[in-house]
Design a protein around this ligand. Structure first.
Ligand SMILES: Nc1ncnc2c1ncn2[C@@H]1O[C@H](COP(=O)(O)OP(=O)(O)O)[C@@H](O)[C@H]1O
Ligand SMILES: N[C@@H](CCC(=O)OP(=O)(O)O)C(=O)O
Length: 365
């Protein structure tokens, strides 16, 4: 099983629907053929497909204007069925069986559910079934939504230990400015590090059906880079492009893996978990965890916010409230409040192996 190379291919709504808002069957057929060719070459792909809301709206003949969240969710309930029906029909022609995996942010934030999803995906992949993933739009709302499938695709890539994430969209990569506003904008072939400067050039969606535009693609590429994998953003115009990308050809924009990538458990803490409280720490503790790569000790904790049991994920912030890390605490909030009043200097609150330091867009250990 470990010999197979895994990759995640994400395709956006604007690339799957035509001008009438109906599924673009020609594009979908080309995509299925390209994925079949990758499987033939020994890859184990996962497809993250958007398009449920757009296809549902088109099928129902509903207007896109002024949609409420329940209306979007209702459209997704219809469109997701249509998407899977079409994928099933097309992949069967390629002798590929597919499985639908619908996820919410809460599913991945809960460690047990995360591991369940991981196990299910591994079984599908190991048995030659192509997982087709989307957000579970009919139940996901507000704070439990990913909101965009770019982020979801990066999390799924971490979940299945992929080595490559390909994001197919309606433009051939990241440009030096939003091409709709800046005609002089040029394609950037390689991005070594996704820093503030790069993030500033990414704008919102250019189509009525897309979500997040280049901004969420960069956020996804950043998660992928920190998870140790390369992301390529490229055009969905000719889906056969995915074979060239998988073969290592320079196409679109390539975002390189970070030198200091996180192991699986830290990936979960950093990108999937939701913090149940916050610890405010003093300057000495800030230096200890961000510069010296040390565990967080009770002596540096100044204030405890929220109520959480032992083993919860908590945010760690400086005394001004600027968040700089996340980790799993050895103590409940109630015990921690008692401990920090006592002079028990050595007590460990978060072990360094369970602590991920992410300050702004600069990353620590
Ligand atoms: N710097 C940029 N480079 C390229 N595209 C950009 C940039 N800033 C904003 N965009 C917009 O992002 C769009 C792609 O994102 P989106 O519409 O969300 O597609 P998808 O449905 O594939 O997720 C492009 O069509 C483009 O208009
Ligand atoms: N889950 C939603 C897609 C959300 C989304 O990110 O869309 P897109 O920007 O087109 O990839 C759907 O299937 O309609």
């Amino acid at each position: 099983m470990e010999n197979h190379k895994r990759l995640v291919i994400k395709i956006g709504s604007s690339s799957l629907t035509n001008s009438q808002g109906l599924l673009d069957e020609v594009r979908m057929a080309a995509l299925t053929k390209a994925i079949a060719a990758l499987i033939e070459e020994g890859w184990q792909p996962v497809l993250v497909s958007s398009g449920a809301v757009a296809a549902g709206l088109g099928h129902l003949g509903w207007s896109r204007a002024h949609l409420t969240m329940p209306e979007r969710q209702a459209a997704a309930a219809v469109g997701q069925g249509l998407l899977m029906e079409k994928y099933n029909e097309l992949f069967i022609q390629q002798h590929i069986k597919v499985g639908q995996v619908l996820l919410t942010k809460e599913d991945l934030a809960d460690r047990k559910r995360y591991l369940n999803a991981r196990n299910t995906l591994h079984v599908l992949l190991d048995r030659g079934v192509l997982p087709i993933v989307n957000e579970n739009d009919t139940v996901a709302f507000a704070e439990i939504r990913f909101g965009d499938n770019d982020t979801l695709s990066a999390l799924v890539a971490g979940l299945v230990d992929a080595e490559l994430l390909i994001i197919l969209t309606d433009i051939d990569g990241l440009y030096s400015g939003d091409p709709r506003k800046d005609p002089a904008a040029r394609l950037i072939p390689v991005v070594q590090q996704i820093d503030e400067e790069i993030l500033r050039i990414a704008g919102d969606s250019g189509s009525p059906v897309g979500t997040g535009g280049m901004r969420t693609k960069l956020a996804a590429a950043r998660i992928a880079a920190r998870s140790g994998l390369r992301t390529v953003v490229a055009s969905a115009q000719e889906p056969a492009i995915i074979q060239r990308i998988a073969a290592g050809e320079q196409v679109g924009t390539s975002f390189e893996p970070a030198a200091n990538s996180l192991r699986s458990r830290k990936q979960w803490i950093a990108f999937n978990s939701i913090a149940r409280g916050t610890l405010l720490i003093d300057q000495g503790a800030v230096k200890a965890i961000t510069v010296d790569n040390k565990s967080l000790l009770a002596v540096g904790v100044k204030q405890v916010r929220g109520n959480f049991p032992t083993g919860s994920v908590v945010a760690v912030a400086d005394e001004q409230g600027n968040e700089l890390a996340k980790g799993i605490t050895n103590l409940s909030a109630a015990d921690l409040r008692l401990v920090i009043k006592k002079p028990r200097r050595g007590l460990e609150v978060i072990n360094r192996d369970w602590l991920v330091c992410e300050r702004s867009f600069l990353t620590c250990h």
